[in-house]
Design a protein around this ligand. Structure first.
Ligand code: SF4
Ligand code: SF4
Length: 395
């Protein structure tokens, strides 16, 4: 993940975990990547991959704070260093700065665009504010309409918080109505802590701090997932792709899930800041998780360093006893270490704050997952479950 404009953003979403990262670079006036660092990164990144396809992920802050010409230059460098490999690009944006010019560029260059949108207007505008504190929903929808008009492939990243979590079906129907077939739900959990470096949000794997109001509760999260799952499993399997449901099925059948939070180990979600600083993960951009700088060591060395290997393994190594004994460990893997800050039932540290919600979800979906697994293993479509459920009940 590359942050070409660091934490720079035109919005002030109240639960943004990244905006305050600017504190770590406050001495720098110009916090955007230089042309030489861009070139070093592209060359290094391509060289560090072992597969014939290379995927670049552009992330922020707000990625569209850099002009189209910046990304044109990046594509030029990608072509120059590709060495016969196929290069793909995906870009995450808040959607408010999308114009026809951006859409033409995305379409021509096959970008996959991830748009942050938290459901219908009353949900979205609750926390996603412009820099002047105003609503942003209309601007995002204008951006989405443009993406549709130009035929750009896009998907939604929706944050589930204390407010919208109580309306799962309204939330889900909204995405279906706007024709979004790929949705990623992210539960928001943040804690305020006191640090000496100017950062105010807590890294994971440490207890303490004050849970911020917008955080979703474990019960809300579990209920949210179960309600949407009930509609999805009866009507939408194979048509609407919900990342967590897909990852759950992948774990059920013993495949690698498409999202790191549900995987056994971390380690593949490194982040590079505008100045070449590389961190273990987007959710661990803290001085103590800095791996080094691309100006000093190659990306391959940084991502294969002992520090990063330890970070990757800690996801499994630090599972508390309750997780180790859990019947759903194979599907959950203790979820993201960022959210592991409560004690388990034996009093051990490191249980995921959302555990109760995940248990509720896995318990609820288990018989459906068993059915879809059987279909999958028999080389039939898991989507057959929808026809089955028309005449049968699954308990
Ligand atoms: S810390 Fe969380 S977000 Fe980061 S790689 Fe691990 S599971 Fe993924
Ligand atoms: S459901 Fe809870 S106990 Fe089970 S693996 Fe996940 S976090 Fe651990």
């Amino acid at each position: 993940m590359l942050k070409p404009a660091g934490s720079l953003c035109n919005m002030r979403c109240q639960y943004c975990y990244y905006l305050e990262k600017g504190q770590m670079y406050k001495e720098d006036k110009n916090r955007v990547i230089s042309d030489s660092m861009l070139e070093t990164f592209i060359k290094n990144y391509i060289e560090s991959q072992t597969l014939p396809q290379v995927l670049f992920t552009w992330h922020g802050g707000e990625t569209l704070m850099r002009p189209v010409s910046f990304y044109k230059r990046a594509l030029e460098l990608q072509r120059y260093y590709a060495g016969g490999r196929q290069i793909d690009n995906c870009i995450q944006t808040n959607g408010t700065l999308i114009t026809g010019e951006w859409c033409k560029f995305f379409k021509e260059n096959n970008f996959l665009v991830g748009v942050s949108i938290d459901g219908p207007q009353e949900f979205h505008d609750e926390y996603r504010k412009t820099a002047s504190g105003g609503p942003s929903f209309q601007k995002v929808m204008k951006g989405i309409q443009l993406l549709n008009k130009y035929g750009v492939e896009w998907n939604a990243l929706a944050v589930v918080n204390d407010f919208n979590a109580d309306y799962p079906l309204d939330f889900y129907h909204f995405f279906k109505e706007i024709g979004c077939h790929f949705i990623q739900f992210t539960p928001i959990v943040e804690r305020k802590v006191s640090r000496t470096d100017g950062l105010t949000l807590a890294p994971g794997m440490e207890e303490g701090g004050e849970l911020l109001d917008f955080s979703v509760t474990p019960e809300q999260w579990g209920n949210f997932l179960c309600e949407i799952f009930d509609e999805w499993v009866r009507n939408d399997v194979g048509d609407y792709y919900i990342q967590l449901f897909d990852a759950t099925l992948a774990n059920w059948v013993g495949q690698v899930p498409g999202v790191c939070t549900m995987a056994e180990e971390c380690g593949h979600a490194g982040v590079m800041e505008y100045n070449g600083d590389v961190y273990s993960c987007d959710h661990f951009v803290f001085p103590e998780y800095r791996l080094g700088n691309l100006g000093e060591r190659s990306l391959y060395e940084l991502m294969n360093s002992e520090k990063q290997k330890e970070f990757a393994k800690n996801k499994k190594k630090r599972l508390p006893q309750q997780c180790q004994e859990c019947e759903f460990l194979f599907a959950c893997h203790g979820e993201c270490p960022k959210n592991r800050f409560v004690k388990d039932e034996y009093g051990n540290p490191g249980l995921n704050y959302l555990c109760k919600g995940y248990k509720m979800f896995f318990d609820h979906v288990a018989p459906y997952m068993d059915f879809m697994k059987a279909e999958f293993l028999a080389e039939r479509a898991p989507a057959n479950i929808m026809a089955y459920l028309k005449n049968h009940k699954i308990e």
